[in-house]
Design a protein around this ligand. Structure first.
Ligand SMILES: [Zn+2]
Length: 810
């Protein structure tokens, strides 16, 4: 016996031949049928078997097959993180990586994790936003006295060619300063004349370089005036008493016309929260102009997610003319340059570098600081380069920028499929990796770059350690001091929240979003529990029903399942975890819980355990469980494993992660089924809508469909004119369903009628036929069966025909 599509009447033979594709008999069979989707309307209904699970205490309780599983419905409070830990240990999470490496899969996937120094330069980048004019740096932080010298000059020089003019220095006699044009100076702020200090800011420095002005620096590394500044200022801090002295000197020379305090922006160090003095210093730079062109060309072959990140990266790169690779720190990788002790000369070439590389390989990079100069620069090396005595040179004290260190990490991990970091790395690690890789081997170090935004607080505020509003992931997982305020959510909730968020923009985190994630998982948990409970006693190897022999609604679920699996696999490939969450959530709430589960309960609970009708359903449930568990496993590994451990027929439930990705079959794909299920659901909605709040099982329904495509399709779900056990009646959830192609001759007065039309749309719209239907609803005359609670019994105490057959067979 098969429960597929059973045609009768006109065109039956042709329909039977084409049953797998649902090709209408009058038309030529063509592959690639496309049904339309998205028309499925589902109402929550109170069906007879929906109540069975909770309240069947009657004498037939032992004859119904209620779900059986030890999988818990809920994990409360501390149980959540505790269970996760248990699963991690039981299923060997920590061994999964090495297990995977040993398997020598055909294709390896390399995610290069980095950068090693995650919290340095990006914050300096923020400080750079606040870099302001040199004159302000020189005159002090936040509250500064302003001289009106520039204003006066402006008036005096009005009408004069400013570009050839000079200004007298207010404190140093006979020192004239030229007036120069510069693009960064505008009339929108102040007079349009600004003081320029070439040693104390990028813009000033570049103006001075263009005009070959000296880069005199009167401030030393401690922020104190040097002797060049004169005896009154020497050894005075520029930001503190140095400022007071400058004002006094201007007063004494009668150049100070007005003094007032003004609040303005000023660069501060993000770590110490202290004002910064910008000073010119000698550094090592990489000229990236040439590398840039090649890098841009190579970036075209790199996949950026989101796509806009490519432009952002190119723009960041375009803004950078040089890359300063030297730093003055006490710890780091030394730059192997030798400085002449008396002359302004240095020594570095391939011979000296190769020698240093050998030493570092043997003894580590500390040799630079520990070995005497004659060993760092031995005679044989010096003679090669025609150099003088090693003792004339001293090893340089600069170290390499940490971004140079981390930017060359690709040399150890190539080829990397993926780099994935926050958007701050567009100008950081992504770029330093790209530039070093392009310079060294004319290749990009990554195939794909995924860029994410930052985490913000509930109100969209930035999170930072110093503000104290950083949410600690450990508190989210294990709970805080007060479990009422900070409950233990477990790792899965945190992971679901991350996956769900649009990580390519800024992401907010708060108790409400975490609670929403927890609720989602709780619903999923119940769905999975239903699946587990109803495959008890089912063995896929011996009990599975072939797809084409399954109930239409079960086949339809497999059809939806393969579609879901394809979409989820694609979304994972695109790193679009938000889409995975949305697809899964829609599937388990709408398709499964609200729709499919409510229809199949009678078949699952009330038929014989090994009845093919029930096995058909269990086959679909087992496949559904498998696809859902694998789909969710990357995001909710603990829940997936917990479910996997409870699958009754799993042979070696070591770990779901050792059993491969989703498996679906192409024969599940049957787009024509959508028309059958969706048209039935449309009529069911008419039926249910006509009896709001009532139990559908207490009504019998008559469907009158005009002869045509719709009738032929619906006819396959019910062979008899009237049935309480057909596939059609199962979907309608009524006491019984009658299918007619003509209006019934006589109707009673106690009827509700609803009319509607349904557009059958097949082969991508090539076949379109609209049919009208009428739904006639009347209260049933049957009695409630004490076993299945369907209104299919002849008298109040008697079992319905189906149930008496099942019970007597036991
Ligand atoms: Zn019954």
């Amino acid at each position: 016996m098969r429960w597929g599509l059973h045609p009768r009447g006109p065109g039956a033979a042709a329909l039977a031949a084409a049953r797998n594709l649902w090709v209408p008999p009058r038309l030529r069979c063509r592959p690639g049928w496309q049904g339309t989707t998205g028309r499925l309307l589902v109402r929550s209904v109170t069906g007879a078997s929906n109540q069975l699970q909770s309240s069947n205490n009657g004498r037939y309780r032992d004859t119904v097959l209620l779900p059986q599983t030890s999988f818990p419905m809920k994990l409360l409070g501390q149980q959540q993180p505790d269970t996760e830990l248990e699963i991690q240990q039981k299923c060997g999470f920590s061994e999964l990586y090495s297990w995977q490496r040993e398997r020598k899969a055909k294709t390896e996937f390399c995610l290069h994790d980095g950068p090693p120094y995650a919290n340095g330069d990006p914050h300096v980048g923020h400080a750079l936003n606040k870099v302001i004019k040199i004159r302000e740096i020189f005159l002090g932080p936040l509250e500064l006295p302003v001289t009106a010298v520039a204003n006066i000059l402006n008036h005096l020089l009005c009408g004069v060619d400013l570009e050839t003019g000079t200004c007298a220095h207010p404190l140093t006699p006979h020192k004239d300063s030229p007036l120069l044009p510069a693009n960064h100076v505008t009339m929108t702020k102040g007079t349009g004349l600004v003081h320029t200090a070439p040693a104390h800011g990028m813009e000033d420095y570049s103006v001075a370089s263009q005009h070959n002005l000296p880069t005199d620096c009167l401030v030393d590394e401690d922020g104190v005036f040097t002797d060049v500044a004169g005896p009154e200022l020497q050894n005075k801090s520029v930001l503190e008493e140095g400022t007071d002295v400058v004002i006094k000197m201007l007063q004494a020379s009668k150049h100070l016309l007005k003094e007032e305090k003004l609040v303005h922006s000023y660069p501060y160090d993000w770590r110490t929260k202290k004002p910064v003095v910008i000073r010119a210093s000698k550094q090592w730079f990489v000229n990236i102009t040439d590398i840039k062109a090649t890098a841009k060309e190579l970036l075209k072959k790199v996949k950026f997610i989101p796509g806009s990140a490519l432009n952002a990266m190119v723009e960041t790169m375009d803004r950078r003319p040089y890359w300063c690779i030297s730093r003055q720190r006490v710890w780091g990788v030394p730059i192997p340059v030798f400085h002449h002790k008396t002359k302004d000369e240095f020594l570095i070439n391939s011979q000296t570098t190769e020698h240093i590389i050998k030493l570092v390989e043997q003894h580590g990079s500390d040799v630079w600081w520990t070995l005497p100069p004659e060993q760092l620069l031995p005679e044989e090396v010096l003679s090669q380069v025609g150099g003088p005595d090693a003792l004339e040179y001293a090893p340089g004290q600069d170290i390499l920028d940490i971004w140079f260190d981390s930017g060359t990490s690709w040399s150890c991990v190539l080829p990397a499929d993926l780099y994935l970091e926050g958007k701050d790395q567009l100008g950081g690690w992504f770029q330093s990796s790209l530039l070093t890789s392009v310079a060294a081997r004319k290749k990009a170090p990554f195939k794909t770059v995924v860029v994410h935004g930052f985490t913000l607080g509930e109100k969209g505020e930035k999170m930072s350690k110093s503000l104290g509003n950083v949410i600690d992931p450990d508190v989210v997982i294990n709970g805080g001091q007060d479990p009422n305020k900070e409950p233990p959510y477990g790792a899965d909730v945190l992971r679901w929240w991350v996956a769900e968020s649009n990580v390519f923009t800024e992401v907010t985190i708060s108790p409400s979003v975490l609670n929403a994630a927890r609720d989602d998982i709780s619903k999923l948990r119940n769905t999975l529990r239903f699946l587990l409970g109803n495959i008890a006693g089912f063995n896929p190897e011996t009990d599975s029903v072939p797809v084409n022999d399954m109930y239409v609604i079960d086949q339809y679920m497999l059809h939806l399942l393969q579609d879901l699996a394809n979409k989820i696999t694609d979304a994972y490939k695109q790193y679009d975890f938000g889409k995975v969450v949305r697809l899964l959530r829609a599937f388990y709430t709408r398709e499964l819980s609200s729709f499919y589960f409510s229809i199949i309960k009678d078949r699952l609970y009330c038929e014989n355990a090994d009845d093919p009708k029930r096995r058909s359903c269990q086959t679909a449930l087992a496949e559904t469980l498998d696809v859902v568990v694998r789909s969710v496993a990357p995001i909710l590994p603990h829940l997936a494993e917990e479910v996997f451990q409870h699958i009754p027929y799993a042979k070696e439930p070591k770990s779901v992660f050792r059993t491969g990705w989703i498996r679906t079959s192409s024969i599940w794909k049957k787009p024509g089924l959508e028309e059958a299920i969706e048209s039935t659901c449309a009529m069911r909605d008419s039926f249910l809508g006509s009896i709001p709040g009532k139990n559908a099982a207490e009504y019998k329904v008559t469907l009158v469909i005009e002869p045509g495509l719709l009738f032929e399709i619906i006819e396959m779900l019910q062979a008899e004119e009237t049935s309480s056990t057909s596939q059609l009646n199962e979907l309608m959830m009524a006491s019984q369903t009658t299918l007619l192609s003509q209006e019934p001759r006589s109707t009673t007065t106690d009827v509700i009628e609803r009319k509607g039309t349904f557009l059958i749309n097949l082969e991508g719209g090539d076949i379109r036929e609209e049919s009208s239907y009428k739904v006639i609803v009347t209260p049933t005359t049957k009695e409630k069966c004490p076993r299945c609670w369907k209104y299919t019994a002849e008298s109040p105490d008697a079992l319905c025909p189906r149930c008496s057959e099942v019970v007597s067979g036991k």
